[in-house]
Design a protein around this ligand. Structure first.
Ligand SMILES: Nc1ncnc2c1ncn2[C@@H]1O[C@H](COP(=O)(O)OP(=O)(O)O)[C@@H](O)[C@H]1O
Ligand SMILES: [Mg+2]
Length: 355
C-alpha cells in the first residue's frame, strides 16, 4: 500500500507528534508498504518531505522542504492528496497528529472529502474526544462516573464563575482548556489567586474551559483497539508522575515519571475500568484506537473516567503501545493492525454509500 504519514501540525502538541511519527515510520512494514512523509508546519502549511526520518524527530525537517504546495482534491475522478513533488495516488493516510486541527476531526473531515482511508477515529469521535466539555456531557448521559466539574466560557462573568467553582468544587481544582492535550494550559489551583491566574492562562488556548474538583488520584490508563463491531481492550497501566501532577514537563521532559504495566490494582477495579472504557469508546462512536484514562481516588477508591484520547502518544515508550505489548501485540503488529482497521472501515463506509 502507498501510505502518507502525516506529522507535525498547528497545535501546541507539534513536538509530541514528531516523536510519535518517527516511531511509527520506523515500524511500518516497508516490505508491504511504501511510506511517504507529509509534514504540517506550526502555521498549518502542508509540505512533502523526502529526507531522513531523524530530521523529523529533531524538528530540522522544516529546513529541507520544497516549495511545492500539497493540495487535497475532492474530484470524483481523482480524489486524494497531490503536489508537483508527489504524483502518487495514496491508498491510506496515517495522521500522527495530536491536539486541535489534527486530532479533533477537522483533518479527518478533509480526508473524508478527499475520499481517503485513514487511521484512527472518524470526524465525530475525534471531535467529541477532543472537547472535554462535550465528552463529559455525553459520558454523564451514559451514566459513566466522572469527577465533579463545571464549564466556564470566556463570555461568562468570571467573578461569578469563580464563586460557583468555590461553592461547588472547592480547592484544589484543575482548570483545563476544553480543547487541548498533553496538559498544555492546565493548572492546579489551590486558592482564589491561583484560580484567577489558572483561568487566564487556560483562556490563552481555548474560549471554553473545564474546571474539575481536584482529587488525590492514582492515574490508570487502558488502550482500545478496533472498529465498532469488534473492540479489544488491553490490560491497564498506571502513571506515577514526577511532579505534583502529570503536566507537560512530567510527560515529556523529565525521565522520572514512571509507567507501571500492568498496573497493580485489584481484579475488580481492573474489570470495572475495562467495562467503563468500552462504554466510553462506544459512547463517542470510536473506531480504530483510543487510550482511555481514569482516576482512582486514593482516599475513597472511587473510579472516575478522566478523558479519552483519539490519537494518544505513540512513541515506542508511550503508554498506548506499551499496554498492547504487555497484552500480546507488538508495536510493529499494532501499526499494521491500525492500517488494516482503516481499510476495513473505508470498505464498510463505501459499501454503505453505494446502496
Ligand atoms: N480532577 C483532577 N484531579 C487530580 N488530578 C487531575 C485532575 N484533572 C487532571 N489532573 C492531572 O492533570 C493531568 C492532565 O489532565 P488531563 O485531563 O488528562 O488533560 P490532557 O488532555 O492535557 O492530558 C492528569 O494526567 C492529572 O495528572
Ligand atoms: Mg490526559
Amino acid at each position: 500500500m502507498k501510505i502518507a504519514l502525516l506529522f507535525g501540525g498547528k497545535s501546541a502538541e507539534y513536538e509530541v507528534s514528531l516523536m510519535s511519527a518517527k516511531s511509527i515510520y520506523e515500524n511500518i512494514d516497508k516490505k508491504i508498504h511504501d511510506v511517504y512523509l507529509i509534514g504540517i508546519d506550526n502555521k498549518g502549511e502542508f509540505h512533502y518531505f523526502d529526507g531522513d526520518i531523524k530530521s523529523v524527530a529533531d524538528g530540522s525537517w522544516i529546513n529541507n522542504v520544497s516549495d511545492a504546495e500539497v493540495v487535497f482534491c475532492s474530484s470524483q475522478k481523482k480524489p486524494g492528496i497531490y503536489s508537483s513533488d508527489i504524483n502518487i495516488v495514496f491508498d491510506l493516510v496515517f495522521p500522527v497528529l495530536h491536539g486541535p486541527f489534527g486530532e479533533d476531526g477537522k483533518l479527518q473531515g478533509l480526508l473524508e472529502i478527499s475520499n481517503l482511508a485513514y487511521v484512527g477515529c472518524p470526524v465525530l469521535a475525534s471531535a467529541v474526544a477532543m472537547d472535554k466539555d462535550i465528552a463529559k456531557k455525553l459520558f454523564a448521559f451514559e451514566g459513566i462516573n466522572q469527577v465533579p466539574h463545571l464549564t466556564v466560557c470566556s463570555w461568562n462573568n468570571i467573578e461569578k464563575s469563580m464563586i460557583d467553582i468555590e461553592e461547588k468544587l472547592g480547592y484544589p481544582c484543575f482548570v483545563k482548556p476544553a480543547n487541548m492535550g498533553s496538559s498544555v494550559g492546565i493548572s492546579k489551583a489551590k486558592n482564589r489567586d491561583n484560580l484567577k491566574k489558572a483561568i487566564e492562562n487556560a483562556f490563552l488556548y481555548d474560549h471554553k474551559l473545564v474546571v474539575e474538583k481536584g482529587i488525590n488520584a492514582r492515574e490508570i490508563e487502558v488502550s482500545i483497539l478496533g472498529n465498532s463491531e469488534d473492540i479489544k481492550v488491553s490490560c491497564t497501566g498506571e502513571i506515577i508522575p514526577s511532579d505534583e501532577f502529570y503536566d507537560y514537563d512530567a510527560k515529556y521532559k523529565s525521565n522520572e515519571s514512571k509507567l507501571i504495566i500492568p498496573s497493580d490494582i485489584s481484579i475488580d477495579d481492573e474489570n470495572e475500568i475495562k467495562k467503563m472504557a468500552q462504554k466510553a469508546y462506544k459512547t463517542i462512536n470510536g473506531e480504530g484506537l483510543c487510550r482511555i484514562d481514569f482516576f482512582i481516588d486514593k482516599d475513597t477508591n472511587e473510579i472516575f473516567l478522566n478523558e479519552v484520547n483519539s490519537m494518544p502518544g505513540f512513541t515506542t515508550i508511550s503508554m498506548y503501545p506499551k499496554l498492547w505489548e504487555k497484552s500480546g501485540i507488538s508495536y510493529k503488529e499494532l501499526v499494521e493492525r491500525l492500517i488494516c482497521l482503516a481499510v476495513e472501515r473505508k470498505e464498510r463506509e463505501d459499501a454503505k454509500k453505494s446502496k
